[in-house]
Design a protein around this ligand. Sequence first.
Ligand code: DX5
Ligand code: ZN
Length: 264
Amino acid sequence: AGAILVAPSILAADFAHLGSAVSEAEAAGADWVHVDVFDGSWDRCPNFTIGPPVVSALRRATQLPLDCHLAVQDPGRYVDALVAAGASGITFHWEVFNHHQPQQQGEQTQQRYPHGNGTPNRTLSGSTGCCGEGGGAGGSSVAALAAKIRSAGVRVGVALAPDSDLPDELVAMAQRGELDMVLVMTVDPGFGGQTFQMQVLGKVRQLRASCPRLLIQVDGGVNVRTAVEAVAAGANVLVAGTFLYGHPEGLAAGVAQLRTAAVS
Ligand code: DX5
Ligand code: ZN
């Protein structure tokens, strides 16, 4: 296995002090900063967070790559603005282009919120259980949008929600080298502080077996214990919000602990 990348998620930082949050990540030896770009438009991600102007401000505050995770209905809309703002990578959700089997998402998203920064005291929108179609302005398919992001000169990733199966077409795209990264979400998109969904690691194993060199990112509920499992399954990019920004000994200690976990 190659190097493991650690990406603190600033969703768990104090939004009134994002400059210090990213400086702290850089000083801690983090590899990337993970930026959750949520605009409230996708019913499976009931939160509204950061957009291009803030990414641009972050770009001036750190040298670290800015890894943007777009859980929005129409990700193509933001590609040009995010690239201009200094994003280093753009990851968008498979589900916004592909219908999925409706599950009890409303219930799931309302159950798993502990208290803490970035967690809601109520949901921002009801979930209809339908994903709709992405790709208004920015591309009509996963492949088209991935190509657009690539041609804009940044790393491209596709994210899978916990209840999505690993699509054959996605594996094929990764095998053809059309993607730099697949983000296998280990919590439902929206908020920090949720519990890591261990069953999702089956998809990580499957994907790693097919794509030995792909960046496979896990995001949500990552801590020392779950990082060990994720890396054993084949993940090589660890996003962690609550664990790192809430670490009692500070971010640097948390980053070091994740690196140690990754080689154990
Ligand atoms: C959740 C976000 C994550 C979030 C992870 O939708 O995509 O990046 O910040 O937070 P933790 O590590 O607290 O689960
Ligand atoms: Zn994220």
